[in-house]
Design a protein around this ligand. Structure first.
Ligand code: NDP
Length: 280
């Protein structure tokens, strides 16, 4: 193995500590409300982890658990109440939502100033306009890992694999804002391997286990693997074949222990950012 391993656990732990240090200096406790509809097992675990990490960082986090049969009107009423609650600085609605609820309508109902996931159209617009305030947590984590790895992005050829609103598109916007020359690839891209081979920085966010092979990667490229995929044998792997890629890349994030831990840490940072912006 030649690649340097970018240790997301360590970077995330430092970020959580720095958030805790910031909250300790504030004259108020930032508030985070997490809304969970139904009992999806993965979502329940995520929400519990968010709650714990937030409280450990000096954020007053609370989880509102709503039943699976909650109507859209009921959820919108909950959001309206949280928007009006002065102690709540950040609102996060855990996705996915049950089928009777239009997730778009719910996201658009969140006060953009409290939208710590950065999914509201106002925050999406600001991001693409180069005036980002609240940025989606996973792509923000990707940028912090690149910074931590000492990657200079100006003029760099970057490829983002995946174009979701949650990861791919915002990651591409952030890389563009950092002066990288960005290509976005997706399921309709003609020759994915060739696109990957041109990249000096490769961000993979497709959700396909080990799709990116070692011979798709340029020598010394920096590889950030956002994917989280469970194999039939229970192992978690990324979108990149790690063992193959690590012999070619200059630096690479592992799965687990790469981007994953950054997402919650960035959520905490966004909550403090929102709180300070709202309360001055
Ligand atoms: P989505 O399913 O919303 O998007 C996947 C994207 O990958 C789409 O743009 C799709 O293309 C593209 N794609 C799918 N298959 C292929 C293929 N064979 N070749 C090329 N492109 C393909 O996923 P997300 O963006 O939400 O998540 C991506 C991965 O990141 C998942 O594994 C997810 O679990 C993980 N994730 C990790 C997080 C973390 O905290 N570390 C947080 C969020 C996600 P098209 O648009 O054409 O359909």
């Amino acid at each position: 193995m030649t690649a340097k391993i970018i240790d997301g656990k360590q970077v995330a732990a430092r970020l959580r500590e720095s958030v805790a240090a910031r909250t300790a200096l504030l004259p108020f406790k930032p508030g985070l409300a997490v809304v969970l509809v139904g009992e999806d097992p993965a979502s329940t675990v995520y929400v519990r982890n968010k709650d714990r990490a937030a409280n450990a960082a000096g954020i007053a986090a609370s989880t509102l658990r709503l039943p699976m049969e909650t109507t859209q009107a009921e959820l919108l009423a909950t959001i309206a109440r949280l928007n009006a609650d002065n102690d709540v600085d950040g609102i996060l609605v855990q996705l996915p939502l049950p089928p009777q609820i239009d997730a778009r309508a719910v996201i658009e109902a969140i006060d953009p100033a409290k939208d710590v996931d950065g999914f509201h159209p106002v925050n999406v617009g600001r991001l693409h306009d180069g005036r980002a305030t609240l940025v989606p947590c996973t792509p923000l984590g990707v940028m912090k890992l690149l910074a931590e790895a000492g990657v200079s992005l100006r003029g760099t050829r970057a490829l983002v694999l995946g174009r979701s609103s949650i990861v791919g598109k915002p990651a591409a916007a952030l890389l563009t804002a950092a002066d990288a020359t960005v290509t976005i690839a997706h399921s309709r891209t003609r020759d994915l391997a060739a696109e990957c081979r041109r990249a000096e920085v490769l961000v993979a966010a497709v959700g396909r286990a080990e799709l990116v092979r070692g011979d798709w990667i340029a020598t010394d490229a920096v590889v950030i693997d956002v994917g989280i995929n469970r194999l039939p044998d229970g192992r978690l792997v990324g979108d990149v074949a790690f063992d193959e890629a690590a012999t070619v890349a200059g630096a690479i994030t592992p799965v687990p222990g790469g981007v994953g831990p950054m997402t919650i840490a960035c959520l905490l940072e966004n909550t403090v950012t929102a709180a300070v912006a709202r309360r001055g």
